[in-house]
Design a binder for this molecule. Structure first.
Ligand code: NI
Length: 145
């Protein structure tokens, strides 16, 4: 098995806030990330696909096609957007890096032209990132956001 990774970047604003909690509780939990008008990050998204090289092409996955998929399905929709307001597939979801990775996984997993989605690694800062391997995970969607 081989593991092929494409890295793409986007910049976006978000606010971490749970509408079911009080302002004081939100402030206590999310601190600076609860700032009313949001704040921004330069995110780095790394998507890893597992598979064996195709006999004809030698590719596990054509990285040009993987990049186009990432751009069309995710980056164009989140880059320079406010993740709490502007993105249909994030409506009502607290836009933590964890939840973003889970949503991105769900978007991508059935759309790969070859190979199998193996890992999503999402950096929110240079020193903070999460890794997700697609385990069944629940995300709560809040209706009043
Ligand atoms: Ni943040």
């Amino acid at each position: 098995m081989l593991y092929v990774t494409k890295r793409v970047e986007f910049s976006a604003a978000h606010r971490l806030y749970n509408p079911e909690l009080s302002d004081e509780q939100n402030e206590a939990i999310f601190d600076k990330c609860n700032n009313f008008y949001g704040h921004g990050h330069n995110y780095i998204l790394e998507v890893t696909v597992a598979g064996v090289p195709d006999i004809t092409t030698g590719y596990v996955i054509d990285l040009k096609r993987l990049k186009k998929l990432l751009m069309d399905e995710i980056i164009i929709k989140v880059d320079h957007k406010h993740l709490n307001f502007d993105v249909d597939f994030l409506k009502g979801i607290i836009p933590t890096v964890e939840n973003l990775a889970i949503v991105f996984w769900r978007i991508l997993e059935d759309k790969l032209p070859s190979g199998k989605l193996y890992k999503i690694k999402l950096f929110e800062t240079e020193n903070s990132f999460i890794e997700y391997f697609g385990e069944e995970t629940e995300i709560k969607t809040f209706s009043n956001k």
